[in-house]
Write a protein that binds this ligand. Structure first.
Ligand SMILES: CC(C)(COP(=O)(O)OP(=O)(O)OC[C@H]1O[C@@H](n2cnc3c(N)ncnc32)[C@H](O)[C@@H]1OP(=O)(O)O)[C@@H](O)C(=O)NCCC(=O)NCCS
Length: 173
């Protein structure tokens, strides 16, 4: 995995050494308004990041790629992630702490990750699953050119009734 540089940001391949800084970022309750919960403890997060350093699912079939988002101030803002399937489809996700919302940082980070996924991991299609109530994430994906998947794709991906599957080509921008 490579570091990725953008105008304002550096995306750093996530390692166990990020756990302490990232724990503080991920304890922001605003992140979990619609789903998920903060990390259980610093030790839990360090152990999780340590496992993620393998960059692979347990069966080795999927590439699990995570990057920490570093600001010019040297602070971390959050992370972006991609699960790359063998067929060239990548499921993406992102979490930034609320002081860093509304500045285009998430968009800059996700767009840079998508360029890297297409260039280095042969990704041609992107998916993202979100809670239907997560209006911020929906607006975010909409701005990035994602559209709601067909009913058939929702069924094939076993998307829960309260969730929405959004899709986009990796090279459409
Ligand atoms: C979803 C999430 C990533 C969206 O973050 P965001 O900051 O709204 O997204 P962007 O980085 O695209 O920023 C766009 C906003 O910045 C503003 N902005 C300011 N400067 C900007 C710039 N230089 N470039 C682009 N946008 C800029 C835009 O006007 C826009 O604000 P608006 O939504 O009020 O119109 C963020 O809310 C988040 O991390 N939420 C919690 C975790 C979560 O829900 N994850 C998704 C689970 S599916």
């Amino acid at each position: 995995m490579n570091d990725i540089a953008t105008d304002r940001l550096t995306l750093e391949p996530l390692v166990a050494a990020h756990a302490e800084e990232m724990f503080a970022v991920l304890c922001d309750p605003a992140i979990y308004e619609f789903e998920n919960q903060p990390p259980r403890s610093l030790e839990w997060l360090r152990e999780r990041y340590s496992r993620l350093e393998s960059r692979r699912s347990a069966d080795g079939r999927e590439q699990w790629l995570n990057w920490a988002i570093r600001l010019p101030t040297a602070e971390l803002a959050g992370y972006v992630q991609a699960t790359v399937h063998p067929d060239g489809v990548a499921a993406i996700a992102y979490e930034l702490s609320s002081p860093h919302w509304g500045r285009g940082i998430a968009g800059e980070a996700v767009c840079a990750m998508i360029v890297e996924l297409a260039a280095s991991y042969r990704v041609h299609s992107l998916t993202a699953v979100l809670k239907r109530t997560n209006h911020r994430s929906l607006r975010f994906l909409d701005r990035l050119g994602f559209v709601a998947a067909t009913h058939e794709l929702h069924t094939r991906h076993e998307v829960e009734p309260d969730e929405l599957l959004m899709v986009r080509d990796a090279c459409s921008r």
